[in-house]
Design a protein around this ligand. Structure first.
Ligand SMILES: [Zn+2]
Length: 129
């Protein structure tokens, strides 16, 4: 299995297995650095953020319609309940996404630490106990 051609911060060879024709892992692929950055910082929030803005706009116009008398109040109440459910789903989606991303990052870190400690070094005791 081919290994990533990248170098770790400590100068050691990256031990991540890559699938040809790829030569670098996700972590070391310079071409994907931007993508990586975006994935970490923005993508997690952008879609739910847009959805929430949409819902907010729709709820606002619904409220305006009720105020203006152009919308049945009972229907509006049911619709608002629906928006509440959608909001819950958006929150859940965001949490799942965050958890997935954290898991992926933890796996990467664990892999790096695992290689760094191959020579017998183990997890140190925090603060010496
Ligand atoms: Zn790598």
């Amino acid at each position: 299995m081919p290994l990533c051609a990248g170098t770790k911060r400590d100068g050691g060879r990256c031990a991540t297995i890559v699938k040809p024709p790829q030569t670098h892992c996700y972590q070391h692929d310079a071409a994907r650095a931007g993508e990586r950055h975006r994935a970490a910082s923005k993508a997690a929030r952008s879609k739910p953020g847009r959805e929430i803005r949409d819902y907010k706009q729709e709820v606002k116009s619904l409220i305006a319609d009720v105020k203006a008398g152009g919308q049945d109040r009972a229907d509006a109440a049911v619709m608002l309940q629906g928006y509440r459910v959608l909001k819950d789903f958006a929150e859940l989606e965001r949490k799942v996404k965050e958890t997935d991303e954290l898991e992926a990052r933890i796996e990467e870190l664990a892999r790096d630490i695992g290689e760094d400690t191959k020579g017998g070094r183990r997890w140190g005791t925090w603060n010496g106990g």
